[in-house]
Write a protein that binds this ligand. Structure first.
Ligand code: FES
Length: 142
């Protein structure tokens, strides 16, 4: 390999790497992976502490992580419900407004009710429901 050939490959790799570094986060933002996997995982907070089922009061909620993705577990009429916290519009993370009793998306004003149904804004679908089961007071989501 002569010097010119090496330089061409080096510049190509440099531009390719730069383009990949620039576009990969943009693609992840536009097409978020909302697949939580088929196997159950314990619901934990951002520090990895497992969240117990009894720690969520009636009409309360708890945000946590499931496989690196934010999820929310709510207690509605005594029953625990798990929803993805990823907005179905473009993948921003919704927050729960306890005063209005709705989920709100900070990016484009999407709003969801406590069951994750769209009530306003551009989201095309409800928040994704996540399978939930309780094992020894631990919340297991899949
Ligand atoms: Fe949530 Fe647009 S990303 S409303």
């Amino acid at each position: 390999m002569n010097r010119r050939h090496f330089f061409e490959k080096f510049v190509g790799a440099l531009f390719g790497g730069t383009a990949l570094a620039f576009f990969a986060p943009a693609l992840a933002y536009l097409f978020p992976n909302r697949n939580f996997g088929a196997t159950g995982r314990e619901f934990a907070d951002a520090f990895g502490q497992v969240i117990s089922a009894n720690s969520i009061p009636e009409n309360g909620n708890q945000i946590g992580m499931l496989g690196g993705k934010p999820a929310i577990v709510l207690r509605n009429n005594g029953e625990l419900v798990a929803l993805s916290a990823v907005c179905t519009h473009l993948g921003c993370i919704v927050t729960f407004n306890s005063g209005a009793n709705i989920f709100q998306c900070p990016c484009h004003g999407g709003k969801y009710d406590r069951d994750g149904n769209v009530i306003a804004g551009p989201p095309p679908e409800p928040l994704e429901r996540i399978n939930i089961k309780i094992e020894d007071d631990k919340i297991v989501l899949s």
